[in-house]
Structure formats: structure tokens, C-alpha cells
Design a protein around this ligand. Structure first.
Ligand code: SAM
Length: 229
């Protein structure tokens, strides 16, 4: 079972002192998400949590989106899969502590599998489908999306917190029917030129529009081909 850490707010006093790590309690998470309720229930709305911890907010966002997917697409497993992946692919997180990033990904995968009509959630950290351990394509795609979207990084320097200090790179997933286009952007580029008061990528007020430049683009592909080596 993936532990649901929603009520464990502190892992250690050292981590609180070093990283300000105090997780938000579930009641507050839900109250805050209710402030943007419509967005949490829009399947493709994009969320980025720049200090996501082990995922208390992102887990609840994914649950809300998947509840809508299940309500709308219960009759078709193909439609469920596609829309559930759209929901997952629009959720992003960064945390400076590697174990939080791993936990966050696993919790999100657990929510994804729990909601799926055809999958069972990871047991003892292993993926199981119909009782058998197997590398199911849907799980592979979900895992890959989580690896790309939930990132070990420093949200202040916008780089990885290791000696390499690589820039944080996010993938944009744009869905066209059953196909998806991936474009990679550095977080630095995405944040550049953003007005502090009113973030707006697509200004129609006659002022200079900001169109970020991707560092990599991939051809439109079937979502089953998302995992890249
Ligand atoms: C107060 S906790 C909140 C965690 C989560 N958002 C929640 O509400 O449960 C702050 C989180 O920020 C992370 N953190 C601290 N400094 C950071 C930085 N520079 N970049 C990214 N994450 C950071 C910590 O590891 C910790 O998980």
C-alpha cells in the first residue's frame, strides 16, 4: 500500500529546520482547493506546486479530476484512459527533497490506479494488475508522465539541487484526440517576462506578448508511445 501521509505533518524536526517541511493537513488542503473548485474539476487544468512535499495538494487535485473522468467516461475504458492521462499530465510539482519527490509520484500513481476501472493500486510498492505483477502500458505511460512532471529541483534557483545544477525542464503535453504533442521548456523561460501582478502568457491588450520558446519538441504521437528512452 502507498502510505497516505495526509495527517503526518512533520517527518523530523531537522527537516522542519532545514527545509521548512511541514505538510498541510487534509482539511486545509480541501478548503484551499475549494477556493478554485471549478479548476480542480476541469480535467485538463494545469497545476504547478513549486514546493509540493509528498503531494498533499496534488493528490487531492488528481482525485477531484479523476472523479470527473470516472463520472463522464465510465462506459468506455478507452475514453477513461485517455482522459485520466490528460488529467495526470497537467499536474506538476517540484520539491527539493528527493524522498518527497519519490513519495509524491508513488502517491499520485496509487490514486491513478485506484481510480482506474482496470488496474489495482501498487501493493508493497509493486504494480499489480489483475493480481499479477506486470509492466502494463498504461502504468508505464503514467509513470513516465510522473517522472517528467514531478521534479526534484530547487524552486528558488530553478535548477536541480545537485552539483550539476541543471535547469528545471518541464514538458507541456498538448492533446489532440488520441495523440499528444510534447514540448519541453525550462522553468526559467516559462517564468521570464511574467508580470508579477497578473500572469498572462497570451496578452490581448496590445502590449508585448510573451511566447516561450521550447528547448525541445517532439512530433505528435500516440499516447502509448509517450515513454521515451
Ligand atoms: C511547508 S512544506 C509544504 C509541502 C506541501 N506543499 C504541503 O502543503 O503539504 C514545504 C516543502 O517545500 C520544500 N522546499 C523547501 N525549499 C524548497 C525549494 N527551494 N525548492 C523546492 N522545494 C522546497 C520542502 O522540502 C517541503 O516539502
Amino acid at each position: 500500500m502507498i502510505p497516505d501521509n495526509k495527517e503526518q505533518q512533520i517527518k523530523s524536526r531537522q527537516r522542519v529546520a532545514d527545509h521548512g517541511e511541514v505538510f498541510t493537513a487534509d482539511r486545509e488542503v480541501n478548503a484551499m482547493l475549494d477556493l478554485v473548485k471549478a479548476e480542480t474539476e476541469r480535467i485538463d487544468s494545469r497545476f504547478l506546486e513549486p514546493a509540493c512535499g509528498n503531494g498533499n495538494f496534488l493528490v487531492r487535485i488528481l482525485e477531484r479530476k479523476l472523479a470527473v473522468v470516472s463520472r463522464l467516461y465510465a462506459a468506455s475504458s478507452a475514453q477513461w484512459e485517455l482522459n485520466a492521462l490528460i488529467a495526470l499530465s497537467s499536474i506538476y510539482g517540484i520539491d527539493i527533497l528527493e524522498d518527497n519527490v519519490r513519495e509524491c509520484r508513488e502517491r499520485l500513481l496509487g490514486v491513478f490506479m485506484q481510480a482506474s476501472p482496470s488496474l489495482t493500486p501498487p501493493v508493497g510498492g509493486r504494480t499489480s494488475i489483475g493480481g499479477r505483477d506486470m509492466d502494463h502500458q498504461l502504468v508505464a505511460v503514467a509513470r513516465y508522465l510522473l517522472e517528467r512532471n514531478i521534479i526534484w529541483g530547487d524552486a528558488l534557483t530553478l535548477c536541480t539541487p545537485d552539483e550539476r545544477q541543471d535547469p528545471i525542464v518541464f514538458s507541456e503535453w498538448s492533446w489532440v484526440g488520441q495523440q499528444v504533442k510534447r514540448r519541453d521548456f525550462t522553468l526559467d523561460m516559462l517564468l521570464k517576462n511574467q508580470p508579477m501582478d497578473e500572469p498572462n502568457l497570451f496578452s490581448d491588450l496590445g502590449d508585448e506578448a510573451f511566447i516561450p520558446t521550447p528547448i525541445r519538441e517532439f512530433p505528435l504521437m500516440s499516447y502509448l508511445n509517450i515513454p521515451q528512452p
